[in-house]
Design a protein around this ligand. Structure first.
Ligand SMILES: C[S@@+](CC[C@H](N)C(=O)[O-])C[C@H]1O[C@@H](n2cnc3c(N)ncnc32)[C@H](O)[C@@H]1O
Length: 482
């Protein structure tokens, strides 16, 4: 058996590891774990920093080959933050029971079949949240920004905005001096939220432009994009003073080019804050030279189903269909809108993900997100650890490769988000998924994004976001290589 420590919380690791070892040995002595199984078992101690997440305290992840037959490989993950010594044995036994062949314990209500997390039902919950944000916020009594570290989006930090405005003004000045300044200067923000950033940015830019008497401000054409119409509406007041310059567009961040193809090679600045970490994602495990694709299945623990069904007077066997109604936004089905939102919050809190690992026999057969292929992944993995689990950041990757063609030859993409910039970091912490209010977040595999963008002819670098003490945000800059 291999015991892996995936975090830097020394105290928690030092107390949990001996308990786990002792319990595993006693389970083996009692016949709950076969010797053969023990020999191949890998136990991973994680530390899940998100109070709301998709994990039971212990999960067992069984390996399968590409034909769907069980492979002799199993991982167990223990969340050292949630674990308690009194429950460890029962938690391990419960997880093992789910990984055994044959009839499964009937303590889960599956919400879907096993599949890539990229297509899981959890993203429908995420979308519902952004579409019905006001309902959620009214019920919980706090705005989504309050749940962020620091209590506000790093996108709204005044000095960061002032620096971004200064850099942009300098670029326009340089282009003007070379007779390259276009008549119309296009700016796009994707995933605008409250619109606060764009409002502040435009205030600052207008001020600087007036101070320096450069007359760039009237040339600006600003597009605010989001997949939620409700969010776009909510963002309008923040840019009211700049209404003549601004247009609002429903677009999917996964494919900006689709809605903005008329701006190909024209956009001077594309900006996003805290959007890439909110796009569909999936994970891959590398073990003994092989790659395994992590498939997930969303479920509700049956005890939670019973509790919620009784509170909302829903027959247990109708729970699944009521969740579909919920995801279609029919809150009034539950008696009143408030009750519907309350039901939504209870369900979301209870949703968990179970996992299995499916071996990739042949890398080229993997359903890669656009922008990635077997060659690029193999190249990236040459420098990577032989045994680790990482995020593909499929949504972020697709967003990136379908945004780059929008950039003017002197234009740039600026993304503020939580990035894993060195692949080795994956062995030192937990990078999602976590729940943030009604949304989901995963750290973005910046190392992979960089590899892909550089191969497409762009320079990429990451700068730490030094505007808030303790911030984990980085700023990704991308420009076309000269
Ligand atoms: C965490 S909020 C960030 C909002 C804002 N940028 C900020 O920093 O406060 C994520 C935003 O991205 C939007 N969003 C999420 N997924 C999206 C997608 N696939 N396409 C377009 N917008 C998306 C949400 O509607 C929301 O406005």
């Amino acid at each position: 058996m291999i015991l892996k420590l995936n975090h830097l919380q020394g105290k928690a690791a030092a107390t949990t590891a001996p308990d786990v070892i002792e319990t595993i040995y006693s389970l083996m002595e009692e016949g709950h774990i076969e010797k053969d199984q023990f020999a191949r078992l890998q136990i991973e101690l994680d530390w899940i920093q998100y109070k709301q997440n998709f994990r039971e305290v212990v999960i067992a992840t069984q390996g399968y080959n590409s034909q769907g037959h069980r492979a002799p490989m199993m991982d167990m993950h223990v969340d050292t933050r949630q674990v308690s010594p009194d429950c460890l044995r029962a938690d391990l036994l419960r997880a093992l029971a789910h990984a055994k062949p044959g009839p499964q314990p009937q303590d889960r209500l599956p919400l879907e079949d096993f599949q890539s997390m990229r297509s899981s039902i959890v993203w429908e919950f995420n979308k519902l949240y952004w579409n019905r944000l006001k309902d959620w916020e009214t019920m919980s009594g706090r705005g989504y920004e309050q749940a962020l570290p620091g209590g506000q989006s790093d996108g709204h930090q005044p000095q960061a905005i002032a620096d971004s405005v200064g850099d942009f003004w300098t670029l326009l000045r340089d282009m003007e001096s070379k007779n390259q300044l276009p008549q119309e200067v296009f700016l796009v923000e994707i995933g605008v939220g409250t619109g606060t950033r764009m409002g502040l940015w435009l205030d600052k830019f207008r001020q600087l432009d007036q101070q320096r008497d450069t007359k760039y401000y009237p040339k600006l054409k600003v597009l605010l994009g989001d997949y939620s119409l409700a969010t776009l509406d909510m963002s309008r007041p923040a840019v009211r003073d700049h209404a003549d310059l601004c247009s609002f567009l429903v677009l999917d961040a996964i494919n900006p080019l689709k809605s903005l193809s008329f701006l190909r090679y024209k956009v001077m600045l594309v900006h996003s804050t805290n959007v890439y970490d909110n796009l569909p994602d999936e994970e891959v495990v590398r073990r003994d030279g092989r790659l395994y694709f992590v498939q997930v299945r969303a479920y509700l623990p049956v005890a939670e189903v019973a509790r919620i069904a009784s509170a909302f007077e829903i027959p247990g066997d109708r729970m699944r269909s009521q969740i579909d109604r919920l995801l279609e936004g029919h809150f009034e089905d539950f008696g009143s809108r408030e009750r519907g939102v309350n039901f939504w919050q209870e369900i979301w809190k209870a949703v968990r993900l179970e996992e299995r690992l499916v071996q990739l026999e042949d890398l080229p057969e993997f359903p890669f997100p656009e922008g990635l292929d077997a060659g690029k992944l193999e190249d990236m993995l040459q420098q990577a650890p032989a045994d680790f689990r990482f995020h593909l950041s499929s949504g972020a990757l697709e967003s990136l490769v379908r945004t780059l063609p929008l950039l003017h030859p002197r234009g740039y993409l600026q993304v503020q988000d939580i990035f894993v910039t060195d692949i080795n970091q994956y062995r030192l912490g937990f990078f999602g998924p976590g729940k943030l209010e009604g949304s989901l977040l995963n750290w973005v595999n910046g190392a992979l994004l960089k590899e892909v963008a550089e191969r497409a002819g762009y320079d990429v670098h990451f700068a730490p976001f030094h505007y808030r003490k303790g911030s984990r945000t980085s700023i990704l800059y991308t420009t076309r290589r000269e």
